[in-house]
Write a protein that binds this ligand. Structure first.
Ligand SMILES: [Cu+2]
Length: 319
């Protein structure tokens, strides 16, 4: 067999082999069938809105709110990181943008440009404040802390820049004085504040949207004339014990929507980012005064809380 014939035959065989191999490959698909890295599953968790630099979506940020002093190009500059317990102080801070400038433009949410939440790391003291902003972007509010210890300051706001999303930045605050570490109050479904009794129905479930219903009574009678406070019949802040991961939840339904009654019950749809112990703080307004009821709640996988009826979140939002 001459050389030319041999080469032709050889080429035909090679081509046939390639064709066969291609056919097999197409039929069986890629060999690397390992599932997406766990992080990805996390990224899609609905509870954490996108918080990438400047709010422009490039990568879902699943870090629970309140754990970072700087995020999405914004930084909480706490100008008074130390104070003395029991003494009236002017707490001052600013939000700085990527260039370090103090932010002076905010989108109003629930009637305010910024909500300042303050909690002791032992989760016994809680404040929901609305500081004043100066023209240069410096925020300030008078503050007297009841006890010494370590506190966390949360600034909950939305920059008024194109596409920006809500952010909650956190910073530590130290209160000097003699500190005696209190125990975290035991989990309970009923609590009292001033002369109100508030009951909690529902259980937190890690990563699952669940319905929590809080019912306000006074002198044994249901309170049916709650007043709107920041555009809602209640505000619920949940803080995770241990790291104070922050959830700020607004109720299902709102005053004037034709269906939501002014009490006695206020319902929230809440997604706890993980198992663990949480402190829930409910702010509600009655007879012109805002009261805060506090609960200790366990979030664990075995809890039997009902999921929202239609599986959808009821128009409320959580951040
Ligand atoms: Cu507020």
């Amino acid at each position: 067999m001459n050389t030319g014939v041999k080469i032709t035959a050889f080429t035909v065989v090679i081509a046939a082999t390639f064709a066969a191999a291609y056919g097999v490959g197409a039929a069986t698909g890629p060999l690397t069938s390992a599932p997406e890295p766990a992080a990805h599953a996390e990224h899609n968790r609905p509870a954490s809105p996108d918080r990438s630099a400047g709010g422009h979506s490039s990568h879902a940020d699943t870090t629970p709110a309140g754990l970072q002093i700087s995020q999405a190009g914004h930084t909480l500059d706490l100008k008074t990181p130390r104070l003395t317990a029991g003494e009236k102080t002017e707490l001052r801070f600013a939000i700085r943008d990527q260039e370090g400038r103090q932010v002076t433009a905010y989108r109003r949410e629930h009637g305010k440009e910024l909500h300042l939440i303050l909690a002791s790391r032992d989760l016994v003291t809680y404040r929901h404040l609305h500081p004043t902003r100066a023209a240069d972007g410096t925020w300030s509010t008078p503050l007297t802390l009841p006890a010494a210890g370590s506190y966390r300051v949360f600034a909950d706001f939305t920059p008024a820049t194109e596409g920006a999303t809500n952010l909650t930045l956190g910073a530590d605050l130290a209160a000097s004085g003699t500190y005696k570490a209190p125990a975290l109050p035991e989990p309970a479904a009923i609590t009292t504040v001033d002369d109100y009794t508030v009951t909690l129905d529902g259980d937190l479930r890690p990563g699952k949207a669940v319905e929590l219903t809080l019912t306000v009574n006074r002198d044994g009678r249901p309170v049916t004339d709650l007043q709107p406070y920041l555009g809602a019949y209640g505000h619920l802040v949940a803080l995770r014990s241990g790291d104070l991961a922050y959830l700020h939840v607004h109720p299902n339904g709102e005053p004037g929507d034709g269906t939501t009654k002014p009490g006695p019950s206020i319902s929230f749809t809440v997604t706890a980012p993980s198992a663990g112990t949480y402190r829930l703080f409910l702010d509600f307004q009655h007879n012109g005064t805002v009261h805060t009821a506090a609960f200790t709640v366990q979030a664990d996988r075995t809890a039997g809380a009902p999921e929202p009826a239609n599986g959808e979140e009821h128009g409320n939002h959580q951040h």
